[in-house]
Ligand binder design. Structure first.
Ligand SMILES: [Zn+2]
Length: 259
């Protein structure tokens, strides 16, 4: 396909509002998410969040499990990154972190029809249920941030909320089929943290930070423990409440009863 047409389709897909909902946030919130669940996101990332008494959301794809790694030709595996051990998922859930769905095979959703997507999320749900019991994943993250209009419509009916990788703060009209986030990766500007926090407070928004591995020498998609600590500390110090995606969504959908 002509690259200009491909680019136009991508722009339209990203802009298409498949599940717009007015925010009912009475105060700004923040979430920290980890795509693919690298092992270091657990052993290095979780202690940082927990040191502030907060929890994150870990998006799991079966394709990165020890028994499946490198068995799916469409799965793009990050070179040099160790993925989760099965016990990591159990421990994360036990300690109150959210486990979210990142598909079974980590294949781009725009390359799959609804039947294939359904099969992928059902099989991933079975994988997680086998580990955690009767746990239903209500949050979804698009592999590689890739979307299509059809996939957004389909997946936003299957999950309470879907997160993409487009940069931005979620305010007022929340697009629950593709929440925006800021990627804590090689391109993240540490000097932007204060301005992002200020804007989130001014706009009464929901800011989401996403990363992958958390280690001293991360992949281009991950970050150092120092950067993650700096961002979590700055958000916590600002007074913005830090919640896993599903809990932040609850704040955004339901105002607390006041007398
Ligand atoms: Zn991913």
């Amino acid at each position: 396909m002509n690259r200009y047409i491909t680019s136009a389709i991508r722009r339209i897909s990203n802009a298409w509002p498949a599940k717009p909902v007015f925010s009912r946030l009475s105060a700004p919130v923040a979430s920290f998410t980890f795509d693919d669940f690298p092992h270091t996101a657990w052993i290095n990332g979780a202690p940082i969040l927990e040191s502030f008494g907060v929890r994150g959301t870990y998006f799991v794809a079966h394709a990165f499990s020890p028994e499946s790694l490198n068995k799916f030709p469409d799965t793009e595996v990050m070179t040099g990154v160790s993925y989760y051990e099965l016990n990591d998922i159990v421990a994360a859930h036990t300690k109150g972190h959210e486990i979210g769905c990142h598909t079974f095979n980590h294949k781009r959703v725009s390359q799959q029809n609804n039947c294939e997507l359904l099969d992928s999320i059902d099989r991933n749900a079975e994988f997680v249920k086998h580990l955690l019991g009767d746990v239903i994943m209500t949050s979804f993250a698009y592999p590689q941030g890739n979307v299509s209009i059809g996939a957004k419509r389909f997946l936003s009916r299957k999950f309470s909320v879907c997160r993409g990788t487009q940069a931005g703060i979620n305010t007022k009209l929340l697009e629950l089929s593709q929440l925006k986030c800021f990627n804590l990766d090689a391109n993240f500007d540490k000097n932007s943290i204060d301005a992002l926090i200020k804007e989130t407070k001014v706009r009464n928004g929901w800011i989401i930070f996403n990363t992958h591995d958390v280690i001293d020498f991360p992949s281009p998609y991950g970050c150092t423990p120092e950067l993650l600590y700096a961002v979590v500390a700055a958000v916590a110090a600002s007074g913005i409440e830090i919640l896993p995606i599903k809990h932040a969504l609850g704040r955004a959908m339901f105002r607390p009863i006041t007398r």
